[in-house]
Design a protein around this ligand. Structure first.
Ligand code: NAI
Ligand code: MG
Length: 506
């Protein structure tokens, strides 16, 4: 596997437009202006394929979060955003979706350089789904409404007119990770804007670039100043200041379960609203009657898509023992065919992990699995640098207590385990996790598929497919995978308060 023959120098393969855009230190978006950090500090954004520097961005911290929250507060309390009609707000959201499509190549290139993922994947998945999210959300402002409610209160005789009125929760702090840089912006901003909130968005320090380009498109779409403020900076400083800020009404977070718990603590001081989209260790269950070819392709995509850096990755494969060897051999063969390389090369199927830290984590899990007695059918280690490449890996001979089976690895590492019967033990093993984000079931018996789906402790179940996302489908987790749901009608609840108004009319 000679990756380095294909990996050019940092930015060598970037388009002139992107190269020019990255040549200047990129400022942050606060109150409609592009500003440097108050401290004057910047930090380097690293290309995970070459370890070279892609750009410098502002290093925002507490002082910048304060300025951004003040701008969002003003925009919420007295700015033009809340005075716009629902239809006008919908038009701005639709325009954002259109502009994302118009700039699809540039945005995909930025996410590819920054995160390491193939540009073709960024185009087909990240950027397309981002545009879809804004288009889907653009229909909601005109459809968010309350109910009239008949009341029966005998202690207060008379006639009353009661109705509910959904209202935006206010200023929202949003903190997002690096695995889908642009898409995480869209998942968060779309519903917050549809409900009429204003936002301070703290993007991941590993991948700030496409969010800053999106900020330019937000202004171009006519979003008023201060409605969305984008701060680049680190989690422990900028992120923590946002989560604890007294003038923020709600925090929406996607990232590790560990930091999710810190967010809850920070928000507990003034009981801010919190929604969380956290980790996973999702079971992918293959029954004996599954179509082996489709299952092998789906199980491989379930774990290797986005280099395994998906909270919903199908990372625990349970296969009926009659077809265990066939499926494991098939997934391993698929893993060996995956072409690792530089994201901007057209034939690249998998890039590097996002950072040195993630490379260290994932290879640490591989070492721990081997030390515990698991066997790598394929892969099993990283690739020598430069670049944070890890070989797609399939582990067998595991036991339920191994770290590689229990913990989220967030890399291209599958653990495959055989089972004998579709019974309570299988359901218990599949549910034996702190997490409950997603699951897969592969079978030609659709009745059985639904019986299993109903018993899985999981926010999403895919039957004979995996990784099928849509702006209209709610996504989120049971147990320690989070609070609330992203996308669909349901995400609007994350950003709304309900007011009940009662008038005595007789
Ligand atoms: P992280 O949870 O530390 O980072 C996510 C976001 O939270 C980033 O914007 C970061 O700056 C911010 N953050 C970090 N510490 C914070 C704090 N104390 N207060 C406020 N914000 C803070 O995740 P990290 O370190 O990038 O990855 C670690 C592990 O987390 C991964 O190996 C993976 O298991 C999991 N993860 C899960 C994701 C998901 O989609 N659910 C996404 C990224 C990571
Ligand atoms: Mg972290």
């Amino acid at each position: 596997m000679n990756i380095h023959a294909t990996v050019a120098g940092t930015l060598d393969k970037a388009s002139p437009k992107v190269r020019d855009w990255l040549a200047q230190p990129r400022p942050m978006l606060i109150d409609g202006q592009w500003v440097a950090a108050k401290s004057g500090k910047t930090f380097a954004v690293i290309d995970p394929a070459t370890e070279g520097k892609l750009a410098e961005v502002a290093e925002g911290d507490k002082a910048d979060i304060d300025a951004a929250v003040a701008a969002a507060r003003r925009a919420f309390d007295s700015g033009p955003w809340r005075k716009m009609t629902p239809s006008e707000r919908g038009r701005v959201l639709h325009k954002i979706g259109d502009l994302i499509y118009e700039n699809i190549d540039e945005l995909a290139e930025l996410d590819s350089l920054d995160n390491g993922k193939p540009k073709a994947v960024a185009k087909a998945a990240d950027v397309t789904l981002s545009a879809d999210m804004f288009h889907y959300m653009s229909g909601w402002p005109t459809k968010i409404h309350g109910k009239t409610i008949p009341i029966s209160n005998l202690a207060a005789p008379g006639e009353y007119f009661s109705f509910t009125r959904p209202e935006p929760v206010g200023v929202v702090g949003q903190i997002i990770p690096w695995n889908f840089p642009l898409l995480m912006c869209a998942w968060k901003l779309g519903p917050a804007l549809a409900t009429g909130c204003t936002v301070v968005l703290k993007v991941a320090e590993e991948t700030p670039l496409s969010a800053l380009r999106l900020g330019e498109l937000l202004l171009e779409a006519g979003l008023p100043d201060g409605v969305v403020n984008i701060v680049t900076g680190f989690g422990e400083t900028a992120g923590a200041a946002l989560a604890a800020h007294p003038n923020v009404n709600k925090v929406a977070f996607t990232g590790s379960t560990e930091v999710g718990k810190l967010i809850v603590q920070a928000a507990s001081h003034d009981l801010k609203r919190v929604s969380l989209e956290l980790g996973g260790k999702s079971p992918n269950i293959v029954l004996a009657d599954a179509d082996v070819e489709a299952t092998v392709a789906g199980a491989a995509a379930g774990i290797f898509f986005n280099h395994g850096q998906c909270c919903n990755a199908g990372s625990r494969l349970f296969v009926h023992d009659k077809i265990f060897d066939k499926v494991v051999d098939g997934v391993s063969a698929a893993a060996e065919k995956i072409k690792l390389g530089f994201g901007l090369d057209e034939d690249t199927e998998m890039g590097p992990l996002v950072s040195e830290v993630q490379y260290g984590r994932v290879t640490g899990y591989l070492d721990s699995g081997k030390a515990d007695g698991a066997k790598a059918v394929t892969g099993g280690d990283g690739v020598d640098g430069p670049g944070y490449f890890v070989k797609p890996t399939v582990l067998v001979d595991t036991t339920p207590d191994m770290k590689v089976v229990k913990e989220e690895i967030f890399g291209p590492v599958l653990v495959a385990m055989p089972f004998k019967d579709v019974d309570d033990d299988l359901i218990r093993d599949a549910n034996n996790s702190l997490y409950g984000l997603a699951a897969g079931v592969w079978t030609s018996d659709i009745q059985k598929a639904h019986q299993i789906a109903n018993r899985l402790e999981s926010g999403t179940v895919w039957v004979n497919c995996y990784h099928v996302f849509d702006a209209a489908l709610p996504f989120g987790g049971y147990k320690q995978s989070g609070w609330g749901r992203e996308m669909g009608e349901q995400v609007l609840n994350n950003y709304l308060e309900t007011k009940a108004i009662t008038t005595k009319i007789g």
